[in-house]
Design a protein. Structure first.
Lengths: 260, 74
C-alpha cells in the first residue's frame, strides 16, 4: 500500500544475521498491523505499517499506544542484543513517488555509520533511572544541630524580648533556608559521585515535582550492562538509610537517554 | 535495592523516556537529508508531558494496565 506510513520502533543490532531479509517480530503494533523486522547489510530496523497521520483524544487509546510501543521495543530487545529506540510517534511517510519503505532505506543508508557507532556504544547495555528525594523537615534538625551560626542565633533569641526575638526568628528562618540549600548542593555532588562510580555513563535530568513533603534532589539516567545493577542497588540501599532520604530506582529501560 | 518498572514511578519514567528521548527524525535531519519526509504523530502535542497526562487522567489508565516487565534475567 503506497500511501501507508511506517511507524519506527527501533534499530537493532543482533549477534547473528537473520535468515531472511524480512521477518515478523511476532507482535502487533499500535494500529494493529504486524510489526516486522527488516534487515540491511549493517543493521535491523523494527517497523510496522500505519496511517501517515493519526491522532486521538481518547485517553484510553493513547495509553494503549504508549504501552504497545514499549511492548514492541521490549520484545525486540529480548530478541536482539542491542536496540537503539526511536522516540514515540516517529513515522516515515511516502512522498513524491517514493514509498515510505524506500524513504526509510534511503535514510538508513545515509545514517548507517552513525547508527552503527551508537549500536556499538550501547551493546548489551540498559538504562536505569534514579531519583533521590528528601523530606526537609526530617533532614533539617541534623543540619541545625551542627551549625554554629544557627546555634548562636538560637541562644541569642532565648535571651531577648518578644519583639527582638521575632526579628531574630525571621533571620533564623532565612539562615536555616540558606543552609538547607547549601546542604542540597553538597548532597547532590556527593551522591552523584557515589552513583557515578557504579555506572558507565550518566545523564542529569530535570527534577520532578514530588509528593509533599518530599522534594526531589536529583533525577539521573544511568547506563550500565543490562542485569548488572547489583552494586548500584547496594549503593542506593546505603543512601536510603539516611534519615529523611527516599530513593526510586527504575529500569531496566532500553537506552532512550543515550542515543545521542 | 532492585530496579522496578511498575507503579507510578515506572509509568513516569517510561513516559519521560519515550516521549522526550530516543532517536528522532528531526528538522535538522530533514535539512541535511533533503527529500526524506517524516511526520510527527500529532498526538505528541496532545500528550505534551507527564503533568498534562496527569491532568487528563491518563496516569490512571496506564497504572491500571500495568507495564509489561521485560522477561529474562535482570
Amino acid at each position: 500500500m503506497t500511501d501507508k506510513g511506517l511507524y519506527l520502533y527501533c534499530v537493532a543490532f543482533p549477534s547473528a544475521t537473520l535468515s531472511a531479509k524480512r521477518e515478523d517480530l511476532g507482535i502487533k503494533g499500535i494500529q494493529g498491523e504486524n510489526v516486522f523486522v527488516f534487515q540491511t547489510p549493517t543493521l535491523l530496523v523494527v517497523v510496522a505499517p500505519c496511517e501517515q497521520s493519526f491522532e486521538s483524544e481518547d485517553m484510553q487509546t493513547v495509553s494503549q499506544w504508549v504501552l504497545v510501543h514499549q511492548a514492541v521495543v521490549d520484545l525486540a530487545w529480548e530478541k536482539f542484543d542491542t536496540v537503539v529506540p526511536f522516540s514515540f510517534g516517529t513515522v516515515i511517510v511516502a512522498k513524491e513517488g517514493k514509498s515510505a519503505h524506500e524513504n526509510l532505506l534511503e535514510w538508513l543508508e545515509k545514517e548507517q555509520e552513525n547508527l552503527k557507532s551508537k549500536g556499538d556504544k550501547l551493546k548489551g547495555k540498559a538504562e536505569y533511572g534514579i531519583q533521590i528525594s528528601w523530606d526537609p523537615a526530617r533532614v533539617a534538625p541534623r543540619i541545625v544541630k551542627t551549625d554554629l551560626e544557627i546555634q548562636n542565633l538560637e541562644k541569642e533569641m532565648a535571651s531577648k524580648s518578644s519583639g527582638t526575638a521575632y526579628l531574630l526568628k525571621q533571620k533564623l528562618a532565612a539562615l536555616v533556608g540558606k543552609r538547607m540549600e547549601q546542604a542540597a548542593d553538597v548532597y547532590f555532588n556527593e551522591l552523584y559521585q557515589k552513583i557515578k562510580d557504579h555506572v558507565e555513563d550518566i545523564r542529569v535530568e530535570k527534577v520532578r515535582k514530588d509528593e509533599p513533603p518530599r522534594q526531589m534532589l536529583m533525577n539521573l539516567s544511568c547506563l550500565l550492562p543490562k542485569g548488572e545493577a547489583g552494586r548500584l542497588g547496594d549503593e542506593l540501599d546505603k543512601i536510603v538509610k539516611m534519615e529523611g532520604f527516599f530513593v526510586r530506582f527504575t529500569g531496566p529501560w532500553p537506552p532512550y537517554s543515550f542515543v545521542s | 535495592m532492585q530496579p522496578t518498572r511498575t507503579g507510578r514511578a515506572g509509568i513516569v519514567d517510561l513516559l519521560d523516556r519515550i516521549l522526550d528521548k530516543g532517536l528522532i527524525l528531526n528538522a535538522d535531519l530533514i535539512i541535511s537529508l533533503a527529500g526524506v519526509p517524516l511526520i510527527a504523530v500529532s498526538l505528541r502535542a496532545a500528550i505534551a508531558g507527564v503533568e498534562t497526562m496527569q491532568r487528563y487522567g491518563m496516569m490512571k489508565e496506564l497504572l491500571g494496565a500495568a507495564l509489561p516487565p521485560p522477561s529474562g534475567p535482570t
